[in-house]
Design a protein around this ligand. Sequence first.
Ligand code: C2O
Ligand code: CU
Length: 566
Amino acid sequence: MHINQRTHNQFNRRQFLKGAGLLSLALAGGGAASVFSACTSAPPSASIAGVNPTAAPTAAPVTLPPSAQTTAPAAAAADLELALKATRGQVGILPGAETAVWRYQAELLAGDPASVVALPGSYLGPILRVRQGQRVRVRFTNDLPEPSIVHWHGLLVPDAMDGHPRFAVGAGQSYAYDFQVVNRAGTYWFHPHPHRLTGGQAYRGLAGLLIVSDDEEAALGLPQGEYDQPLVIQDRQFDAQNQLVYLAQGGGMMDGGMDQMMGFLGDRILVNGQPDFTLPVATRAYRLRLLNGSNSRIYMLAWRDGKPLTVIATDGGLLEQPVQRPFVMLAPGERVELWADFAGRKSGDELFLDSQKFVGAEGAELMGGMGGMGSMMTQPAALPNGAAFPVARFRVARAAQGGQTRRQRLARIERYRLADAVNAARPRQVVITNRMMAWLLNGRSFEMSGVAADEVGRVGELAVWEFVNQRNPGQMMEQNGMAHPLHIHGTQFQVLERQALPELRAGFESVRAGYVDEGWKDTVLVMPGERVKVLLKFVHPGLFLYHCHNLEHEDQGMMRNFRVDA
Ligand code: C2O
Ligand code: CU
C-alpha cells in the first residue's frame, strides 16, 4: 500500500480503524437523506470525543489572511478525520434502469458529525463543512479500476496535499491527507486529478463540495441550514439504457479526438445529480452556492423573469459587497454565490434559473457562413456550448417569516496592486495555442515533473500573469479559437484587467457583463481573442499545477507545473 511518506507517521492507523468501526456515518445510500436527517441521526460530537481520543474539541477559530503560510504542528490532533473512498455504484437518475456511476463515499472518523453531510438526493460526493483554522485528515482509498488522487480545488494546501497527478495511487491503494484550512469562508470543491483520467472520473460522478466558514462570515448572519443551498450544475449524455456516455471510442479526428479538442458536452442538465431539478422554497432569502461541475460546458446564468442576479461570493469567498448582474458567466470549475429572495412570492409560483444563449464559446458562430470546427468535422452537439436551456426551477412551497435583510457590507478583501508585483512591467504570459488538435500553454504540453524556465516563482511574492487566448495563424483552430477556463492551484488571485482582439470581440462582448471579477478567483474564463491579467501570490513552496479546467483539454495535456521556491 502506497502511503505518502510525509504524513504516514502523523496518521495513527490504530485509532483510525477503531474510529471507523464505531462511528461510520454512512453516506453511501443513494436515497434522498436530507442534510438534516443526516445530522440528527448521527451521534452528538461529545460522544465522538469520548470514543476517539484523537478528536479534540474544535480549536479556537483563527483568522488568517489568504496569504498566510500556516503549518500545523506535526502531532496536533485533527478537528476532522474521515475516510474517503472512490468507488463504483448504481443509482437511479432517470426513470427506469439505474445508472452505473463512480462516487465518493465518506465515513466520519472523528469530529463534528455536521461536517460531513450528504448532498440531498444526490450520488455526488458528500459536502465537507469546515471552519477556517481547522486541521483536516483524510484517508483516501482508491477502489476504482484505475489510478486516482483527490484535489481540493481552491484550497491553499502544501503541494503534497494538493492532489498533483504524480501522487496518483492505483486500485486498492490509499493516500493520506493532513492539512490545515487557511482559506476564507467560501465554496470550494474536491475532485480527481490523475493525468489523462480526470475528465472521465469527474464525469462519472466523482465531485464533492467543501464549504469553509469563518468568523467574519458568521457575524453576517447569512441564511443557514436549508436556506443555504448548494447547486452543482453538470451536463451529461445518457444512452437508451440510461448509462452515461463519455468520449467516443478511438482517438481519431472524427471521433474521440475531436471530442477532446472541443470538450465533451452532454445534452441533459443535472443539478445536484438530478434531472429537471426543482427546489421547493419558502418566501424568504436564500444563499445559493453554485458550482459549475461540468467537464466543458459554460453557463450564462440568468433569472427567466429578467430580474438581475445578486452575487455575494466568487471562487474564493465573499465579496466586499453584493453586486448585481443581468447574467453571470460560470465556466467549469468556477463557483458563484447568489442571494435569492423569494419574499413576496405566492405559494405555487415558479421561478427559473436559465442558461442563456451566447456566442464565442466554440468560436464557430463568429465565422459567419464558414461554419465552425464543430459543424465541419462532427455532427453538431445536440446542445451546443452557448445554447439556451433551463437549469433549475424554484417552486414557492410555503410562507416563512424572518428572511434576513441583505447586508450592504460583506467581507474585507485585501486589494493587490499592480505596482507591488515583482514583474509589474513584464507580466508572465501564458499563451494558449493549438497544434495538431492539441491545446498547449506557451507551446508546451503537460510533463509530470517538468518545469520550464518561466515556470518558477517564490513563496509570498506578488506576481502578474496574463492569459492570452490569441489567434493561431496557420493552425486548424485559427479562425475560431475557443473559450478556456484557466485554473491555478495553490493560490487565489485577483483579476486586474481584460482586453479582447477587435476581430473577436463579438464573443467577448456577448459575455463580459456576466464576469464577476470583484472577488478572489482560482479559475477565470478567457474567451477567444481575450487577454486576462491576474495578480497572485503562492503561499506554499513546491510544484503547483495551472491548467485549463475544460477537463478534456486538461486530460489532453493543457496543463503545466509551476515551481514555487521557498
Ligand atoms: Cu479543479 Cu486542477 O483542478
Ligand atoms: Cu481549454
